[in-house]
Design a protein around this ligand. Structure first.
Ligand code: HEC
Length: 121
């Protein structure tokens, strides 16, 4: 008798665990921010800091003076891309570019995004 009750409880616990696992899954996927919801604060650009970050992280691919090389020329990127796209590209990388979300602080990311968004020929 007790055996049946015990295995009943275990079975219920298992079902509940499965329910919790499957129930939580879609939530986790949704937590990745859709790019349309990213808002880049319009902080004043610290050009010196941006250039510093650029030199140590980006120059090797994007070239001296943003002139391009292995990677696209960025001198006019403020015209061809929105701030949100620039931010996403730097943060998440893609298309041969590494992601920088673990290498730059949020402030550095926002600053270099705003700096690049001002690059218009
Ligand atoms: C290892 C080389 C590499 C490094 C380092 C790198 N990038 Fe890139 N980047 C690329 C490549 C390759 C692309 C083109 C991606 C594509 O076409 O999808 C790109 C694309 C971009 C774009 C989009 C340009 C466009 O016109 O499509 C931006 C903005 C950008 N990079 C900014 C940066 C910044 C800022 C840094 C430094 C924090 C950086 N990148 C570091 C290789 C690099």
């Amino acid at each position: 008798m007790y055996k049946w009750i015990a295995s009943g409880i275990i079975a219920l616990a298992c079902l509940f665990a499965v329910y919790l696992i499957t129930y939580n899954m879609p939530e986790k996927e949704e937590s990745a921010e859709p790019s349309s919801l990213i808002a880049i604060p319009a902080t004043p650009v610290d050009a010196d800091a941006a250039l510093q970050v650029y030199k140590s992280n980006c120059l090797s691919c994007h070239g001296d003076q943003l002139s391009g090389g292995f990677a696209p020329n960025l001198t006019n990127v403020g015209t061809s891309m929105t701030k949100e796209k620039i931010y996403k590209q730097i943060k998440q990388g893609g298309g041969g570019m590494p992601k920088f979300e673990d290498r730059l602080t949020e402030d550095e990311l926002v600053n270099i995004t705003n700096w690049l968004a001002g690059m218009k020929k």
